[in-house]
Ligand binder design. Sequence first.
Ligand code: GLN
Length: 485
Amino acid sequence: MNLNLLTIKQAQEKLQKKEISCQELTQSCIIQIENTEEHLHAFLAKNFDQALEQAKKVDRKIKQGEKLKPLEGIPCSIKDIICTKGIRTTAASKMLQNYEPLYDATVIKKIKDAGAIILGKNNCDAWAHGSSTENSDFGPTHNPWDITRVPGGSSGGGGASVAADQVIFALGTDTGGSIRLPASFCGIVGLKPTYGRVSRYGAIAMGSSLDTIGPMTKTVEDAAIVLQIIAGTDKKDSTTPAVKVPDYSQALQKGIKGLKIGIPKQALGQGLDSQVKTLFEVSVKELEKLGAKTKEIEMPYLDYGLAVYYIIMPAEVSSNLGRYEGIRYGRPAKNAADLMEIYTKSRAQGFNPENKRRIMIGTYTLSAGYYDAYYKKAMQVRTLIKKEFENALNKVDLILMPTAPSPAFKLGEKTDDPMQMYLADIYTINLNLAGVPGISMPCGFANGLPVGMQLIGPQFGEEKIFQAANAYEQATGWHKIKPKI
Ligand code: GLN
């Protein structure tokens, strides 16, 4: 068996039982990366030498019969927007082309402490602005199921890496859908945790009130294993409350019987691909067969999510990207005559058209004359959306929606029309506005392309999501079908 096909859980057991060595496991991932990268372009930086060194040490521990830590010896990859000490971190932007962080993000520190092996940094849309990775300044990632198609974005490199078994798991970020959309397009599991469940310290900021970091994995169980490690309060991120981190492995065993699942009528309307809709409806029946009680619910404010997001997110983007002036932050422009020119040229050269569009929209909606009409109004509607989720989740345990309106689209299909690109996130964006967690998991195939569905829980209610998602996954087994790459 190719060891790179293993899940975290399987690899852990085999390592501990001495059935495989960590060097073999790491090597088989590296071989897979080398065999497939030419077609996928999922990586922006590789860390193979250090990874193999580390694997050697793990093997020594195994030999001596020591107990392994929860992620010890498990090869993974990290979205290139999360800071890794000594490993180049670019946010897929020319602006940070040569940036080597002096520190690890909290999530990196945590997975390193748990023994994970980092094989490299995954491609993404520059600054996480996008839904396809086509906005990466270093060229797009391709979908392992069909390399003429996008892997989704912005964490598309992570999605492709996990789907193509280049790594055992990946970490992504999700501001409006960037973990869940690639999970859906690549046929893997992607979890956007509750806002504040996982520290954002060391993640290069996009929209600070929306950003989350989460796992991209082959199974629901693996998502629970990774969340267990990265969740929790952090002194370095004041938005992580001291809410106890439950034992997620327990939740996996609880099953789905009796759980009430609400399906918003608004999620199945206009714009939804008919095959995706059919797969979704079959999944609802499957959940009922497994013992869940499903019912249609009304969530009329969902329709405003996209409009609200495209005011709030650019406002925060314009503020967060303000620091890249080419001196303290970011690469300085060449041939600048004076200080002002360093600022303007560095930004003109360092940001791509999509980044600039967002900075322009953000500064406009935050400007004195327009603040009340746009930003303030959007924040008011955001509160209504948040309340709508709270109300719904008082009546049902979980909400179910499609993850994306269609399967993976072709490279180039939406690049000329930003509005079309933005619409890919129509089902994911509301969760970020409300701060609630959601998992995307495979629920079937349309013309050979994977399709995902999204289970949503209340804030800090990841346990219930795992409960239902694991039951569905075990019963259907979609995750076992692999792309031929
Ligand atoms: N696709 C969305 C956007 O472009 C979400 C991005 C994200 O979650 N980072 O804003």
